[in-house]
Write a protein that binds this ligand. Sequence first.
Ligand SMILES: Nc1ccn([C@@H]2O[C@H](COP(=O)(O)OP(=O)(O)OP(=O)(O)O)[C@@H](O)[C@H]2O)c(=O)n1
Ligand SMILES: C[C@](O)(CO)[C@H](O)COP(=O)(O)O
Length: 232
Amino acid sequence: MNPARHFALIPAAGVGSRMGASHPKQYLDLAGKPVLAHVIDTFHAAPSIAGVVVVVSPEDGYIDDLAVKAGQAWPRLSIVRKGGATRRESVLGGLRALADHANEEDWVLVHDAARPGLTVALIERLAHALAEDRVGGLLALPVVDTLKRSDDDGRAERTVPREQLWAAQTPQMFRHGLLTRALEQAPDVTDEAGAIERLGLKPKLVEGSPRNFKITLPHDLALAELHMKGLG
Ligand SMILES: Nc1ccn([C@@H]2O[C@H](COP(=O)(O)OP(=O)(O)OP(=O)(O)O)[C@@H](O)[C@H]2O)c(=O)n1
Ligand SMILES: C[C@](O)(CO)[C@H](O)COP(=O)(O)O
């Protein structure tokens, strides 16, 4: 049987409301090119990635210009205009489109367009760690801050023990068939691993990087700039 291939699936159909910018955060400039371009470049620099699927909203007016500017630099890129109302719906739209090329056992690495700090080394770390794994897993970081649970008045009610607590990152890597079925059955999850857990399976946690953070709020872009310049 042929070895399972690895496909990247980049949900890029969000509006970036928390960023409050004039256009979606995945298209904001970061160190001279859009946030999303950094992610697509990184996956194209990873030799293990057979294809790169970007899921955008049907009305996205930016992605085509990006692809034209990239020219021959993105030969493995496929644009899927199946972005949905939630990240989960967008990922499902991408998985269904990818079904024409991937088989059930192929790996899918789902990575947020808003995490431009991804590196080839992190991709290879995750792929290597899960190569023989039957479930799959995700990049994540052990929680280092003390965590508080608040009451309804915004006061600290209690401290949450942080042992064995991790902050999920992406990529989250699962086999195409399993991930599709899991997400179809879990309408309210915020990440792929959550859907897999609902099946009673335990995704493997693989150490990520603080530089692989998600650009969510305005100050995140400035921090990402510092990282890109090697200052952060
Ligand atoms: N309906 C959606 C919502 C989010 N995403 C993507 O999922 C990733 C992580 O989501 P998030 O950081 O929440 O992005 P937004 O939903 O755009 O941000 P906000 O919640 O601030 O609007 C982003 O790359 C975003 O483009 C998506 O493809 N489809
Ligand atoms: C997938 C994710 O980035 C893992 O931390 C996170 O769940 C995305 O959440 P968002 O609210 O869609 O940004």
